[in-house]
Ligand binder design. Structure first.
Ligand code: PRP
Length: 206
């Protein structure tokens, strides 16, 4: 399932990312805001737990999100600001890390680091702002599936239709929530119009 968010607030934030005037700090702040809006849309039926808390009127039972059962995994580098955005909403959730780099000639993603916690029967939320050819998200999803999570949810900022189709055709059981689906890819497999290279823009590298 691919869900493209349509809210004007989401589109406004995406279009601010497209601007070359948007410098690294603001870029990361906008990515963080978009990540919270994506999570708001994606996590409508999270695992819940009833807990008794002390309130000003004494002990009372309320429902809370079972944060231990949600694992957030950014695809580094560019996924890191997404994790920062979500840590205030999910301060008790475990994080995993997966670092991938797309080869500039072949455009194939290569994994160069992974540190994934126990995922058995947990919900894994994969974070990557960009889905170009879909290779990185596709391979990340395959790797996470081998860890037996109960579900995988992908939060993405901008993707190309062809890249998203690749992921969906291989992983129809995965939910993808994305802020913007753009037209196409250029000959270098960059999203058009896109926003350039999110990792470079977030971390001030050429
Ligand atoms: C970018 C982006 C995605 C990937 C998308 O990362 O952040 O992870 O490419 O491309 P794909 O869909 O064709 O695989 P990049 O490899 O530039 O690494 P970075 O995050 O370190 O900048």
């Amino acid at each position: 399932m691919i869900n493209e968010l349509q809210h004007p607030l989401v589109k406004d934030l995406v279009n601010r990312l497209r601007s070359n005037q948007t410098q690294a700090e603001e870029f990361k702040t906008i990515i963080a805001e978009l990540s919270r809006l994506l999570a708001y849309n994606a996590l409508t039926t999270p695992p819940l737990i009833q807990s008794t808390i002390d309130t000003w009127q004494g002990p009372a039972e309320y429902s809370f999100i079972k944060q231990d059962d949600l694992i957030f995994i950014p695809i580094m580098r560019a996924g890191l600001p997404m994790l920062s955005g979500l840590s205030s909403l999910f301060p008790h959730s475990p994080s995993g890390f997966l670092a991938m780099r797309r080869d500039e000639t072949t455009h194939q993603a290569k994994t160069y680091y992974d540190r994934i916690p126990e995922c058995n029967d947990k919900i894994v939320v994969l974070l990557d702002p960009m889905v170009a050819t879909g290779g990185s998200l596709n391979d990340a999803t395959t790797l996470i599936k081998s860890k037996n999570p109960s579900k995988i949810i992908c939060l993405n900022i901008i993707g190309s239709r062809e890249g998203l189709d690749v992921v969906e055709s291989n992983h129809a059981d995965v939910d993808i929530h994305i802020a913007q689906i753009d037209k196409t890819l250029d000959s270098n497999k960059f999203i058009i119009p896109g926003l350039g290279d999110a990792g470079d823009r977030a971390f001030n590298t050429p």
